[in-house]
Ligand binder design. Structure first.
Ligand SMILES: Nc1ncnc2c1ncn2[C@@H]1O[C@H](COP(=O)(O)OP(=O)(O)O)[C@@H](O)[C@H]1O
Ligand SMILES: [Mg+2]
Length: 258
């Protein structure tokens, strides 16, 4: 499926948070949205998923929903709120219980997704027995279980330590290599964006406008290859300049407001 955003603006009361956003996310493309805190990233994601209605402009969702897809637009948040009284496999199955999935089919789907996310050995484990990174992995497994046509990810790794984040980043990269899923990945972490995205969308500070869209023309399989380190570093630095300027301005504005 693809997403198409046209002239989208949003305000909460008097507060304008997004202004004139125009963006198309192609089928199977991973687009990272980066921008300073408070610039409207989560708001934009909420509109893509239909949780919020924009004050102006339109969001169009097009293309075919695959037959195996139970929930076309699926969110992945920073905090997954796993059910503590359910095991890992029961937590993943939870995502399927609201859908008419036959019991056998459900068990197969759960087993498949646990395998894809490296959780087979933890199927009968309870969330409290897992580390933060593993719990996050369960949340991702739960999102993938419905075979989403579009993944909307809101800072999915922000609550994790750097090492766990690096490991999960590689897991995400693997998931997308095996199966292309149209994805909008909101983050303020440039490492994640440069490792995972096909294109980067840099937003200005609030009201969020598109400051720059940058394609990353290096295959995702090759992003950890030292041969591409210099090219990736250039992209990183270019985006970092943009973000730093925006963050600095936003920071100063906050300081004056206090
Ligand atoms: N429901 C709401 N009502 C009023 N203001 C809100 C609401 N949700 C978010 N905001 C404000 O809108 C701005 C953008 O929020 P958000 O989309 O969460 O930004 P980001 O995800 O980029 O940090 C922030 O200033 C935030 O305080
Ligand atoms: Mg946010």
């Amino acid at each position: 499926m693809q997403l198409h955003v046209e002239s989208l603006s949003h305000r909460y009361g008097d507060l304008l948070v997004l202004e004139d956003i125009n963006l198309t996310v192609q089928e199977g493309e991973v687009v990272a949205i980066i921008g300073p805190s408070g610039c409207g990233k989560s708001t934009l994601l909420g509109m893509l998923g239909g949780l919020l209605k924009p004050s102006a402009g339109v969001v169009k969702i097009g293309g075919r929903v695959p037959e195996s897809c139970l929930n076309p637009l699926t969110y992945v948040f920073q905090d997954f709120a796993l059910l503590p009284w359910r095991t890992v496999e029961e937590n993943v199955a939870f995502a399927l219980e609201h859908h008419a999935v036959a019991r056998k089919n459900m068990a197969e789907r759960v087993a498949d997704v646990l395998c894809r996310t490296g959780l087979e050995q933890f199927a009968r484990t309870y969330p409290k027995q897992l580390s933060g990174g593993m719990r996050q992995r369960v949340g991702i497994a739960r999102a993938l279980a419905v075979n989403p046509a579009v993944l909307l990810m809101d800072e999915p790794l922000s609550a994790l330590d750097a090492q766990t984040r690096d490991l999960l980043m590689e897991d995400f990269a693997d998931v997308w290599l095996r199966q292309s899923i149209t994805t909008v990945y909101v983050t303020h972490n440039l490492d994640e964006a440069v490792r995972l995205a096909d294109r980067l969308v840099v937003l200005t500070r609030r009201p969020g406008r598109i400051r720059r869209i940058l394609p990353i023309d290096i295959a995702k399989e090759g992003r950890t290859d030292p041969a591409n380190a210099v090219a990736l570093r250039q992209i990183y630095d270019e985006v970092w300049q943009l973000i730093r300027d925006e963050a600095k301005d936003a920071d100063q504005e906050l300081a004056y407001a206090q």
